[in-house]
Design a binder for this molecule. Structure first.
Ligand code: DGL
Length: 265
């Protein structure tokens, strides 16, 4: 690919930054445009038809405006619905973010895995099909959280989020008694890109230690494979951060590390 490839990373809010930071590390040669559809956040509270009707044309407008070489839908709530529509409609490559059920079930020793996402993601046919195809002898517990994506947004925006509120959201992921380590949940799929923003606190507040599966590194590898060999130069043009609400960019300093320190326009 000649010059710097442009990668557009899309989410309902700031959660997709957890995917972006892995892609930035894998492809320092790329130019990054991050779009937070915060005007429609949280996606987890919208119906399936509403999300398709919102995201598919919006991605078309973003393709026209930024001419990306590749688009990453860094949102499980959207990816579990829109990928086939996007591929039908637009010709460039798309990479989605869907629950990492296959690797989680492959590595669980107790065969108890929880899939932790928005209420929308855990209800999707797409998610049920992944379980049918890949759960192979695992008991999978679906846990839909109404609030954790909003709590993650609040925390990254510098607001106080209490341990009690986070603990209440994660509690249903922990199945089986804490006394018997061989029969309790040992693996939790982070099936919402917002949740890794709170990973330190999830680890600290967990009633017992588990493996938290974040698909972001695998997504970054997929993006890099699709783009082909990286160039040697690093893009010095800075990165673009777009909020669909057009809210002022008061968070730029806090968000820069996710962009590998690039200055945000
Ligand atoms: N970050 C999104 C996801 O991965 C969802 C958050 C929301 O908008 O509800 O599912």
């Amino acid at each position: 690919m000649a010059g710097f490839p442009t990668i557009l990373v899309f989410d309902s809010g700031l959660g997709g930054l957890t995917v972006l930071r892995e892609i930035v590390a894998a492809r320092p040669d790329a130019h990054f445009v991050y779009v937070a559809d915060d005007a429609f956040f949280p996606y987890g509270h919208h119906g399936e038809r509403e999300i398709i009707a919102r995201v598919v044309p919006l991605i078309g407008e973003l393709i026209a405006a930024y001419a990306p070489d590749l688009v990453v839908i860094a949102c499980n709530t959207a990816s579990t619905l829109v990928m086939s529509h996007l591929r039908e409609r637009y010709t460039l490559p798309f990479v989605g973010t869907v629950p990492a059920i296959k690797p989680a079930c492959a590595q669980s020793k107790t065969r108890r895995v929880s899939v932790f996402g928005t209420k929308g993601t855990v209800q999707r046919e797409y998610t049920k099909k992944l379980i049918e195809d890949f759960a192979v002898g695992c008991e999978v517990t679906l846990v839909g959280s109404a609030e954790l994506a909003s709590l993650a947004e609040a925390a990254l925006s510098g607001n106080e989020v209490s341990d009690r509120d986070i603990s209440a959201e994660i509690a249903p992921c922990f199945v089986g008694g804490s006394e018997d380590a061989s029969a309790r949940t040992d693996t939790i799929v982070l099936a919402c890109t917002h949740y890794p923003l709170l990973l330190d606190r999830l680890v600290r507040l967990a009633p017992w230690p588990v493996d938290w599966i974040d698909p972001a590194p695998a997504i970054a590898r997929r993006v890099s494979d699709l783009l082909g060999k990286p160039g040697h130069d690093v893009d010095n043009r800075g990165a673009e951060m777009i909020f669909t609400s057009r809210r002022p960019h008061t968070l730029s300093r806090a968000l820069m590390p996710f962009f590998g320190g690039r200055v945000l326009a």
